[in-house]
Design a protein. Sequence first.
Length: 232
Amino acid sequence: MRMQIPTPNKDKFGRLTFIGIGTPAKCGTRKLTTWNMKCDCGALITANANRVKRKQKLSCGCLYKETRKTIGVKHGYRRTEEYRILMGAISRCSNPKDKSYVNYGGRGIKVCREWMENPALFIEHIGLRPTKDHQIERINNDGNYEPGNVRWATRSEQHLNKRRVYTIKHNGRVLTTKQYCKEIGLSYHTYQHRVKRGLSREDALSLEDGRTKFGWETRRRKAGIKKAKTND
C-alpha cells in the first residue's frame, strides 16, 4: 500500500512540520522513503518517513535534550533509586533510541511535566521504594506516568497488570497461572508441558496425573494406531 503524502507546511508530527519528500536513503538493498522536516526550534532535518508516521521521531533531537536539562535541577535525589527509576521511565517515553521506546513513547505514553521538571514531586506522590523487588507500575496500562496512575509493585504484581496475561479466580483472588499451580500443588513445568501437547488450559490445570489420560492417547493418535475393538 502506497504511503499517503502529508500536506507541505501544514501537517505536523510532534514538533516536526512536513516540508517535502527527501532523497531515498539506502538500507542494504532497499531504499527507504525520507521526508524533509522543519522542527519548531528552526532546525531542518531529513527523517525516515515510517519513523515519523509511527511517532518514533517527534523532533530534531531538541525534545530529548530539553527533557534532560529540565531534570537536571538540584533536588537532592540524584543518587537515589527512586530518581534512577524515574529517569528510566522518562527515557522509555521520550528517547527513540531507548530499546523500550516502541512500547512506551511509541504508544503515546508520557511522563507528566511536573515530575520531569521536579523529581521531588514524583517521590512525594509515590513515596520511597519499599524494597529492591519493587518497580514503578502504571495502574492503567494505557495511561501516562502521572499522579493517580502509578504505584510501587513487585514483578509478580506487575505481571497481573500486563496487557496479555491469563488469570484465574480462586477463592476470591485473582492469580496468574504460575501462582495458581503453586496454590494447588501442581508443577508449573507439568502445566506448560501439557499445554504444549495440545491440552486446553483447563485440562492442563487438572490435578490428576495426565500420563494415562493424555499421554498414550496422544501418542496413539499421532502414530495412527486405531483403538482395538473388543467383542462382547
